[in-house]
Design a protein around this ligand. Sequence first.
Ligand SMILES: Nc1ncnc2c1ncn2[C@@H]1O[C@H](COP(=O)(O)OP(=O)(O)OP(=O)(O)O)[C@@H](O)[C@H]1O
Ligand SMILES: [Mg+2]
Length: 251
Amino acid sequence: MRVITIQNKKGGVGKTTFLLHLAYRAVELKLRTLVIDLDTQANASTGLTHDYGLLKLPGGAAAIFTVQRPEDLPIRRITPQIDLLHGHTRLDEVDSLFDVSYLQQRFLPRQVPLLRSLPYDLLLFDTAPSAGPRQIAPLFLADLVLIPIIADDFAVAGLAQTRDDIEAARRINPSIRTQVLVNMYRANSSSQAKALDQLRNIASVPLREPFFPLRDHVPSALSTEVPVWAFKTAKAPLRALWRNFATETLQ
Ligand SMILES: Nc1ncnc2c1ncn2[C@@H]1O[C@H](COP(=O)(O)OP(=O)(O)OP(=O)(O)O)[C@@H](O)[C@H]1O
Ligand SMILES: [Mg+2]
């Protein structure tokens, strides 16, 4: 089983966009996949199901913190390949219930093996733009942490913090790998170029290349429920970029 989590405390950087593209590619590659949506906005859940009623439905992804038996996880089948533990508006109750010591003493010894024992090829975590147990818990079992960023001064400060969180998680999960995905890249922006120079100097957090350009085709593709590579009006290099990203990440 591969476990991938997508995180950044900053909102609107593309976390859910990357997750949905990985999920689309997982279907094409016939990987049995469980999406665990830990965001109260539940964009991944509604993106996959178009069921906005899920937003008000308790349980879902919150169950990963407490269930004692895999069969008690409230998993929803979306397609033959994709299952979902959905996000909803009350997921933030988790944040006050489970502190770091709970995560270390209970989540790590009990919930991590339970999740790892599930019959999937791939676990994909989408996370909220905040910090807390819903961001820390996936780091305890992730093989790969994807960190989408938009290159600006805030990203420089945010990435240094994220690096510290990941270093702390590495003491528990030493095999964790990280990749920064530079998203909404504008090749002609001098402020982005300056921020990228600074980001390259943040050691131990490699920037994945090539970068992902700012293109309207990305939201347009998702609004028609296809990945960028299947969106006919997108140019071939953009389609290849997104498809290669997903293929390489799932290899
Ligand atoms: N490369 C891109 N070019 C243009 N638009 C993009 C690109 N990547 C993502 N977007 C758009 O930017 C918006 C924010 O993306 P997304 O919802 O994936 O971010 P997020 O990090 O999950 O946000 P949140 O923190 O609120 O969960 C969406 O409308 C998405 O379609
Ligand atoms: Mg999101």
